[in-house]
Design a protein around this ligand. Sequence first.
Ligand code: XIL
Length: 385
Amino acid sequence: MHELLKSASQSRRRFIAASLAALGNGIAVAAPVFGRAEETASLRKLAAEKGLLYGTTISAAQIIGDKPFVDLVLQQAGVVVAENDMKWQDMNRGVRGDDNYGLADTVAAFAYENGLALRGHNLLWYHRTPGWFFDLSSRREIEDAIVERIQALAGRYRGMVHSWDVVNEPIEPKDGRPDGLRTAVFLDMFGPEYLDLAYRTARETDPGARLVVNEYDVELDTPEQEVRRTALLNLLERMQRCGVPVDAVGIQAHLSCAGGPPFSAARLRRFLAEVAGLGLAIQITELDVTDENAPADTTVRDRLVADTYARFLDAALDEPAVKMVVTWGLSDRHSWIVRKETHQSKWRADGLPSRPLPFDTDLKPKPAFEAIAQCFAHAPRRAAG
Ligand code: XIL
């Protein structure tokens, strides 16, 4: 048995204590519940019938402090991903090598104890790189720090992780490089070979995990996103040519139901077919629908959000290489689109709370839930992957 799992089952209290310490003082929390999910009708079950894994983000704080939400996750999800608890900057205490694994361990143990698949998010992301990394100067130091990060995190959960987002968001057309790669942090400091280093190290560290390139906006019908799609395909082809291990493409799919850039089902279908043509699996990794510019009326808004889920999934699920759908949250209670402290919308000008996810803040299913369920029910069956 894996060391972490042994210690997880032998002394769960240590995990909880570590999580509480990491959460800081003064937060009243209940004991976590690690019950087995009932096999009731659920998105997990509908998806599984088609060879799909469905799941959601979760956090250690939710596992510890929100039992009703946890129960809903156990009913609905077959895979979970830490929304923030495995991100480097979130784990790091400001000093190289000093990372706090308490919250990440809580999420990993939750997945293990409940028989859920675990997505690892993420090993490297320019946006959540600790400050000290930017002070490294020698090539050797930078390489060592990247390798240390990957070996430490992917090594700790070796054998437990279904898929790792090894590099999150490696493409940025605005950076102006002919290859479309994002320059921020890793490329600037090390060169484009950081990608090869990261994926090779991840494969060596946890050979059983699927290695994913996770990217956003590839479903949008704009010239900029056409450049992003091309750059991503070129990157994948180059990795394959050079023997750099990659198994899947992650499509974040943060969608907008009104006033956003146009979504094109035709473009998405074509892009998915091109990815599948490379022999890669596809995962929808962060699906949600902002209602930022939708009318205030809740019924109208919920319908627009639901229709957006339906249009996207209808196109995506026709592609048999799509093996997984993860929504970036399950209930509007916990969404990055909804400001947690005030429950005011982050982006709506009228200040109304956003309603981006399948369940409302009372954990009641919304039209978005029905839309996703219908899409799963009508999706062609595929080989699981
Ligand atoms: C977001 C989280 O949801 C927020 O809580 C956090 O403040 C910022 O990051 N793309 C990603 C995710 O890959 O990690 C991001 O998650 C959303 C965009």
